[in-house]
Design a protein around this ligand. Sequence first.
Ligand SMILES: [Zn+2]
Length: 63
Amino acid sequence: MKFDEVYPDATPGVPPAPNVVPVLREEQVRPCSVCGEPTRWFHRAFILHVCSEECVQQLLECN
Ligand SMILES: [Zn+2]
């Protein structure tokens, strides 16, 4: 599920759900590093843009 759908009210720079997935929203849109879709979300540990929970899962399996 896209982070924009999971956390529609997220404030940029503020973790929307601590202790779940370490992602943060920022203002700038960049391509997801897994699927290439534009996203404002990035993974705080990998410092890579990821658009959804599924893409984070793929990232974890590939590392
Ligand atoms: Zn993605």
